[in-house]
Design a protein around this ligand. Structure first.
Ligand code: ZN
Length: 252
C-alpha cells in the first residue's frame, strides 16, 4: 500500500513530472508523450483546439495508464508536461522530428521556419530537464528496467491498425523477448513485436539514450488508444501489463 506517497509528485522542473520517486521496485516508467500542453506564448503552434486535443499532440490515455502501472508495480514514472509537437522528448535534439513540421500529414505552423536559437531554446527548456529527470531516476536505482509507455491511434493515414499492443525494442531485446513469451500464456490482445512502429522510425531514442549504454533491460510499450479510453479500460490494461511485466522479469 502506498497511496499517500504515490499521491505526492515531485516537480524537478516545470515541464517534467516525477511520480513515486521513492519506488521500491527497480523499474523506471517513462511517458514522453504524456501531455498536450503548449505554453500560451506559442499560441497553440497555430493549431486548432481540436488538433491540440487529438493524438497528434499527445498519447491519449498513456499517462493515466502509466500512473496506474507505476502504482501497481511500485515503480517510478517520469512524464513530460509539454506536447510532443513543441518538443518530442523521445527524439534527440539533432533529429528533425524533435520539432515536427507535420504530424500525420497535418502541418504544424508554429514549427515552420524556426531559427537555430528558437530550436535551441526548446531543447534547453523542454528536452534537457526531461532527459535529466530520467537520468536521475535511472542512476538512483542502479540498474532498473526501463519501460516507456505510449499509445497510438487506431486509424493512421486512413489505415486501420489491427495490432493492439506493440512491444518495441532496439538492439537489446532481452526484456521484449521475455515479455512476448510471457504474454503468449494469456493472449487477450493482438500483441506484436516492433509494431506499429519500429526502431527505424526513430522511436527508441529513450531506450538507446538511457538503457543501452548501461546494459539496462528495457522495452517500449505501445497501446492502441481505443483500449485505454475509459478509466475502467485503463485499469484493466494496467493490470494486464503489470502482471506480465512482473512475470517477464522472472524470465530474464
Ligand atoms: Zn508516444
Amino acid at each position: 500500500m502506498l497511496p499517500d506517497r504515490f499521491a505526492m509528485s515531485t516537480s524537478t522542473e516545470q515541464w517534467v513530472k516525477v511520480f513515486n520517486d521513492k519506488a521500491k521496485r527497480r523499474i523506471v516508467l517513462v511517458c514522453e508523450h504524456a501531455s498536450n500542453v503548449v505554453p500560451s506564448n506559442f499560441n497553440g503552434l497555430g493549431l486548432s483546439r481540436q488538433q491540440l486535443q487529438s493524438h497528434i499532440a499527445w498519447d491519449l490515455g498513456a499517462l493515466s495508464t502509466a500512473k496506474l502501472m507505476a502504482k501497481k508495480l511500485d515503480a517510478t514514472l517520469v512524464a513530460s508536461q509539454v506536447s510532443r509537437l513543441l518538443y518530442d522528448c523521445n527524439r534527440p535534439p539533432e533529429s528533425p522530428s524533435a520539432i515536427p513540421l507535420t504530424s500525420e500529414n497535418q502541418p504544424i505552423p508554429g514549427n515552420v521556419g524556426l531559427s537555430m536559437e528558437a530550436r535551441q531554446q526548446r531543447v534547453t527548456d523542454y528536452y534537457r530537464p526531461f532527459e535529466a529527470a530520467v537520468a536521475k531516476q535511472v542512476s538512483s536505482m542502479g540498474t532498473p528496467l526501463i519501460i516507456t509507455v505510449h499509445s497510438f491511434t487506431p486509424v493512421f493515414l486512413g489505415q486501420q491498425r489491427q495490432v493492439e499492443i506493440g512491444v518495441l525494442h532496439d538492439q537489446d531485446s532481452r526484456f521484449a523477448d521475455a515479455f512476448l513469451q510471457q504474454v503468449l500464456t494469456d493472449a487477450q490482445f493482438n500483441i506484436q513485436r516492433n509494431q506499429p512502429y519500429a526502431p527505424t522510425d526513430g522511436v527508441t531514442h529513450t531506450l538507446k539514450h538511457h538503457a543501452l549504454p548501461g546494459g539496462l533491460a528495457n522495452v517500449m510499450l505501445e497501446i492502441r488508444n481505443d483500449l485505454i479510453e475509459s478509466s475502467t479500460q485503463q485499469k484493466q490494461m494496467a493490470a494486464y501489463l503489470t502482471k506480465h511485466i512482473v512475470l517477464a522479469l522472472e524470465r530474464i
